[in-house]
Ligand binder design. Structure first.
Ligand code: ADP
Length: 452
């Protein structure tokens, strides 16, 4: 096992990885920007290295500085966390070439799944249904119109190299498509350094359901059940739960869950996948459509940990060190229900970022409550990074118990000095449709729309 791991990330996820390392007796190295000198992931690490000024491209995306920090501290391995360099195949390759272990999948798998057009083609080859769409990137308006006619309107324009729910555009007809294509291409180029855009049929009321998998690259592949991430705003997840209530709605035949989990595991077995990964699907009218695979740890991984009892980060560390998975599928018996609320430093009304000093801080606790956060009283939330500052995760024997526990935990959470999305979560958990588990990916947008 590794003796020292460098964590190439910040905030709650850096702390999450630090926790897994320390529980395994592994020392940690925190790298940080000058804006994060007082951050909790830095304060708790065994060693720290400042790698640059606040902008991410000069620090958390600075490959040379990160590899130098690993060299001078004598780290054995690098965990990229999520976001930043986590899905950068060139970074993963550079880590390995410099003589460190990359804690994640192979660069080839990262590259394959990072190109969403190639990923869909690979999924099809592996026998997984995908959303009907253009087989390739569309280069001009004529190509786009031809593809859209074959798919049927409305269509969604997506960046091949996209991620984080950004840059998607909806076209209801040919005129809108002609207008939106150049915009989508320009945005894709600016956001992801690649102007390739492809088309997909727009589903009007799907749920977003994803499967958490773990592989050891030695033939061992297991799933930890599914997560429902349909509560989204601007294609960004806000609340996630496991298992998905979609499979427990009254009147539904049993079977879709088992079908989905078998599809995901079968495909990754054939790929020989190593480390943690997530296969994302849309689910509508009892049909699943693969949309993408994330070759990394996900923000919402704790809900799967809560129902399965598996520490996903510890498994990532183990398989990166060449060990087999600690669990077989037959050992995993999902228990109860878990929900995660993403708490962002944002106005709960208009979602404007709300950086600043945390003047008061009290985290909820008690049975079945987990808080993944690097916040503390006196901490200054910097304006330079993602607005996610805490994740409140609760577990209950049933979904109903879980929701009641979530209500009381949200009411206990005190974060003073900055605005957060806690009041919005409080409104959501009181909604009858949410209570019944009846929501799709467009539900939250409808809920947030002011009454006419
Ligand atoms: P990203 O990589 O940017 O996160 P995804 O392909 O994972 O993009 O899609 C993000 C979200 O956008 C999905 O969870 C879903 O809410 C919505 N979405 C994606 N594809 C479709 C589609 N074909 N029809 C309707 N909504 C979609």
């Amino acid at each position: 096992m590794f003796e020292k791991v460098l964590i190439a990330n910040r905030g709650e996820i850096a702390l999450r990885i630090h926790r897994a390392c320390h529980e395994m007796g592994i020392k940690t190295v925190a790298v940080h920007s000058t804006a994060d000198a007082q951050a909790m992931h830095v304060r708790l690490a065994d060693e720290t290295v400042c790698i640059g000024p606040p902008p991410a491209r000069a620090s958390y995306l600075n490959v040379v500085a990160i590899l130098s920090a690993a060299t001078i501290t004598g780290a054995d391995a690098i965990h990229p966390g999520l976001g930043f360099l986590a899905e950068n195949a060139d970074f993963a390759a550079a880590v390995e070439e410099t003589g460190f272990t990359f804690i994640g999948p192979s660069p080839e798998h990262i590259r394959l799944m990072g190109d969403k057009v190639r990923a869909k083609a690979e999924a099809t080859r592996l026998g997984i249904p995908v959303v009907p769409g253009s087989a390739d990137a569309v280069r001009n308006i004529a190509e786009a119109e031809r593809a859209a006619r074959a798919i049927g309107y409305p269509v969604l324009l997506k960046a091949s190299a996209g991620g984080g729910g950004r840059g998607m555009k909806l076209a209801h007809d040919a005129a809108a498509l002609a207008q939106l294509l150049p915009l989508a291409q320009a945005e894709a180029k600016a956001g992801f350094g690649d102007d390739s855009v492809y088309l997909e049929r727009y589903l009007d009321r799907p749920r977003h359901i994803e499967v958490q998998v773990l592989g050891d690259g030695q033939g061992g592949i297991i799933h930890l059940g599914e997560r429902d991430c349909s509560l989204q705003r601007s294609h960004q997840k806000l609340l996630e739960e496991a298992p998905s209530p979609a499979f427990d709605l009254p009147g539904l035949e049993p079977g879709p869950r088992e079908r989905l989990l078998a599809l995901a595991v079968g495909a990754l077995q054939e790929l020989g996948y190593k480390s943690a990964g997530t296969m994302e699907f849309l689910y509508q009218d009892d049909a699943f459509y693969f949309i993408e695979m994330n070759t990394r740890l996900q923000v919402e991984h704790p809900v799967s940990e809560m129902i399965s009892g598996v520490d996903i980060v510890q498994e990532q560390l183990r398989v990166a060190a060449g060990l087999p998975l600690r669990h077989r599928q037959s050992d995993i018996a999902p228990r109860g229900h878990a929900i995660e609320c993403r708490i962002n430093a944002e106005s709960p009304e208009d979602f404007r970022p709300s950086p600043g000093r945390v003047t008061e801080y009290h985290a909820p606790g008690g049975p079945g409550v987990r808080v993944d956060s690097a916040l503390y009283q006196g901490y200054e939330v910097p304006p330079y990074y993602d607005s996610l500052v805490a994740k409140l995760i609760v577990h209950g024997a049933t979904r109903e118990e879980c929701v009641m526990r979530l209500r009381r935990a949200l009411a206990e959470y005190v974060i003073g000095g900055i605005e957060t999305t806690i009041p919005l979560h409080q409104r959501i958990v009181d909604e009858p449709e949410f209570r019944r588990g009846e929501y799709d990916i467009h539900w939250l947008e409808r809920f947030l729309k002011p009454a006419p």
